[in-house]
Design a protein around this ligand. Structure first.
Ligand code: ADP
Length: 230
């Protein structure tokens, strides 16, 4: 089966004045339906790797394939299309819009799908039901707890049923109990959506262990990968 994500000899050097090499010659294949934790010290290249997997950044060298398609020759609008259709993002800071209801926030996840507003709301309601927030749809994000806000952000990320969910420290702003709840939710989504691939960055050992596969970065290179068998 075509891998969900594939990096071949990917390097990323940020342009001057910094000229930092954030990733060096990274080879990585993520199968469909895999759950992967990326760990490593601050500055190891985790966010850069996630941004490249999500086509938010282009590599300086190497090839990035999303569901088998080489992204290197794609234009920026084409990459936006890949993101809109195939990839969901979750961030530590939630990034919810406080002036919109929870339902409207989740519906923004379908903005680029060309669906009528009524259909967007119907699917948003369905996604909120899946994350256990069916009774909070009319609330504003400010009326929710941190854990609930992150569940709204996850609903927004998966409302379009993307093949890949990328999460940058999704439990970083949450206490242990809420963090555990978010990890459980990510696992459930993977199970119910069959092939959803989850890649997350975490500093939390328990969160990393909850994923099937752990990859550790150091100085822009993969130094440990439990998914690779010799
Ligand atoms: P991590 O997520 O593991 O903390 P990052 O991927 O954010 O690591 O950063 C890896 C290296 O690249 C760091 O040295 C960082 O300072 C540098 N870096 C990250 N983003 C940029 C950028 N936009 N411009 C220049 N250097 C950057």
């Amino acid at each position: 089966m075509t891998p969900a994500l594939e990096l071949q000899q990917v390097s990323k050097t940020y342009p001057p004045p910094t000229t930092v090499t954030a990733l060096s010659d990274v080879d990585l294949v993520v199968r469909r339906g895999e759950t992967v934790a990326i760990t490593g010290a601050s500055g190891a290249g985790k966010s850069t790797l996630l941004s490249i997997l999500g086509t938010l950044e282009r590599p300086s060298a190497g090839t990035v394939r999303i569901a088998g398609t080489d992204t290197s020759t794609m234009s920026d609008p084409q990459l936006s299309g890949v993101r809109a259709w195939h990839i969901g993002f979750v961030f530590q800071q939630f990034f919810l819009l406080d002036h919109l209801s929870v339902l409207e926030n989740v519906a923004t996840g379908l903005m680029y799908r060309g669906l009528p507003a009524g259909e967007r709301r119907r699917r948003a309601a369905e996604a909120l039901d899946r994350v256990g927030l069916a009774d909070r749809m009319r609330h504003r994000p400010t009326q929710l707890s941190g854990g609930e806000r992150q569940r709204v952000a996850i609903a927004r990320a998966v409302v379009g049923r993307p093949a890949v969910l990328l999460a940058d420290e999704p439990t970083g702003n949450l206490d242990t109990a809420n963090g555990r709840e978010i990890v459980r939710l990510l696992a459930t989504l993977r199970d119910t959506d069959e092939d959803t691939t989850v890649v997350l960055i975490t500093h939390n050992g328990a969160v990393a262990e909850a994923m099937e596969r752990q990859i550790r970065l150091q100085d822009g290179r993969i130094v440990d990968d439990t998914g690779v068998t010799a």
